[in-house]
Structures are given as structure tokens and as C-alpha cells.
Design a protein around this ligand. Structure first.
Ligand code: HEM
Length: 76
């Protein structure tokens, strides 16, 4: 199934450099405060997080780097 909430990611690796991609994955709300995109590596300031997941980022730093490396390959 393909959702359409987020922007299409085709070509995003050509539009955004590595640090810009990383920021969007780590904490999209830094750029768009009302973003519905989950912050994949921020743990503070969140609401409605189950106690078992408190203080645990969705993705580890290494996993963020892996996602960024993949996004960099989306060049056309
Ligand atoms: C691992 C999963 C995801 C990745 C790698 C990802 C990546 C990105 C990237 C790179 C952008 C910037 C696109 C651009 O500027 O051209 C973006 C924007 C966006 N994403 Fe995601 N995204 C993910 C998951 C999600 C989810 C789950 C949602 C919503 C439930 C979402 C919603 C959005 C929205 C609405 C934007 C537009 C800008 C904003 O409002 O923040 N994304 N995403």
C-alpha cells in the first residue's frame, strides 16, 4: 500500500544534501512545527508515548544513517 500523506520522495537525494536529509529524518518538526511526520530520533518533548518506549528513539543513530544513505540514492 502506498500512502500519500508525506511528499513524494522520488529524487529527494538530488534535491537535499546529506545533512538536510538527516535533519528531516531525525526531527522533521524542527522545520515544520506542525508536521505529522514522526521524529525518528528525538525523544524529548513528545506526548502520548507509552512508558515502555519513553526515552527510546524510533530509530537508532546507525539506523538513521542507513535511512539517510538510502534516501541519497533516490536521485531521479
Ligand atoms: C522512515 C520513514 C520516513 C522517511 C525516510 C521520510 C522522509 C521524508 C523526507 C526526506 C522528507 C522531506 C521531503 C522533501 O523535502 O522533499 C519528508 C517530508 C514529509 N514527511 Fe516523511 N518520511 C518518513 C515517514 C513519514 C511518516 C510516517 C509521515 C506521516 C505520517 C511523514 C510525513 C511527511 C510530511 C507531511 C512531509 C512534508 C514536510 C512536513 O510536513 O514535515 N513522513 N519525509
Amino acid at each position: 500500500m502506498q500512502g500519500t500523506i508525506g511528499t513524494a520522495l522520488a529524487g529527494v537525494g538530488a534535491r537535499l544534501d546529506e545533512s538536510r536529509l538527516r535533519l528531516r529524518v531525525v526531527d522533521s518538526q524542527r522545520l515544520h512545527p506542525d508536521s505529522v511526520m514522526p521524529p525518528y530520533h528525538r525523544v524529548d518533548g513528545l506526548t502520548r508515548v507509552g512508558t515502555a518506549w519513553a526515552s527510546r528513539p524510533i530509530l537508532s543513530a546507525q539506523q538513521v544513517e542507513d535511512v539517510v544513505a538510502f534516501l541519497r540514492t533516490l536521485r531521479d
